[in-house]
Write a protein that binds this ligand. Structure first.
Ligand code: GLA
Length: 334
């Protein structure tokens, strides 16, 4: 009997210690939570803003945010190992290459890290999105259509006829959201009388302004007979590249209509210039939702076991030189 009691007690104690052990595996205090925020282009204002808002979430909740720039796959893989070694529990990532999807998921699992993506959605070997990985992106097609409409409205305001205008499609076709954005814009141009033969592809080698400038310059030089131009692309950097290219070949601002996507400092600095340039507008998207909300969602997943929604697509609002301050205020990013 006595022995039996002893055995029961030992068993109860064992259960007890297992419970305490598993409790320590899920951090009980915010201060024990460490979250990585890895981005593909840390120098781009959009990503700086995402980090700024993720920092705000970390301050409010009291967790630690580790910000890492990973411009290529190798850097990204070692960043994930590094987060694992530091005792992080999860990370949010905008990958330099969406095709790394399965590798990223495997690396995260090997390091016992939860993973969520932002901006650029991971794809599998078949090119289809990895639907199990929670993602927050922009409603790319719709935002592209907003760009197209802004261009068409400005063309009308300037009295341009579609047949005398060339369109620069600054492209980065290996990124699905980039394709959706430019195709959204093109659908509106075509619906308003633009001929497909007047739309020229300018593939950028990287998603920055310099690469876009180089790509757009090739198009402008090849079609020097066309005097009026419009431009659109993945983001503000892409369109700014096209606008800088137009300036460098002597096209005046009055003959250029570029509309970007983003609305971070790259666009705002352009609007602040004393004289209007060919960069007419930007569809402002929300770095607050993409930074603050993703960080909070990851925190709740780690601390409360609350899984984030699998797919959130955010919207955008067109802003121009004369109204960008108000649009930013309305979006809560002033
Ligand atoms: C991509 C682009 C960024 C930004 C985000 C928004 O990652 O490269 O510039 O537009 O999408 O989701």
């Amino acid at each position: 009997m006595r022995l039996m009691k002893k055995a029961l007690l030992a068993g109860a104690l064992a259960v007890l210690s297992v419970t305490t052990l598993s409790a320590t595996l899920t951090p009980a205090h915010a201060a024990d939570v460490k979250i990585g925020f890895v981005v593909k282009q840390p120098e781009e204002p959009w990503f700086q803003d995402e980090w700024k808002f993720a920092d705000q979430a970390a301050r409010e909740k009291g967790f630690t945010l580790v910000k890492i720039g990973a411009e290529d796959g190798e850097k990204l893989m070692s960043a994930i190992d590094n987060l694992g070694a530091q005792g992080a529990q999860g990370f949010i990532v905008c990958t330099p290459d969406v095709k790394l999807g399965p590798g990223i998921v495997a690396k995260a699992a090997a390091n016992d890290l939860k993973v969520m993506t932002v901006d650029d959605r991971l794809v599998g070997a078949d090119g289809k999105p990895l639907a199990d990985v929670p993602h927050m992106g922009i409603s790319a097609t719709k935002i592209g259509e907003t760009v197209g409409k802004a261009i068409v409205d400005e063309m009308k305001a300037r009295g341009w006829k579609p047949e005398e205008v060339g369109a620069i499609r600054v492209s980065y076709d290996q990124l699905p959201t980039a394709v959706d954005r430019v195709e959204g814009a093109i659908s509106v141009l075509k619906a308003n009388g633009f001929a497909a033969s007047n739309i020229f592809d300018a593939p950028q080698a990287k998603t920055d302004t310099e690469a876009a400038l180089n790509a757009a310059t090739v198009v402008l030089n090849k079609h020097a007979d066309i005097k009026k131009w419009v431009a659109f692309g993945l983001n503000d950097e892409a369109v700014l590249g096209a606008v800088r290219a137009s300036e460098s070949v002597g096209i005046p601002a009055a003959n250029m209509i570029g509309v970007g996507i983003g609305g971070a400092d790259s666009a705002i600095n352009e609007f602040k210039k004393p004289a209007a340039t060919g960069f007419v507008g930007s569809v402002i998207i929300s770095p607050k939702r993409h930074g603050y909300e993703t960080a909070l969602n990851m925190y709740s997943w780690i601390a409360d076991g609350k899984e984030p929604e699998k797919l959130i697509l955010t919207s955008g609002a067109l802003a121009k030189r004369d109204d960008y301050q108000q649009v930013r205020k309305d979006l809560g990013i002033e």
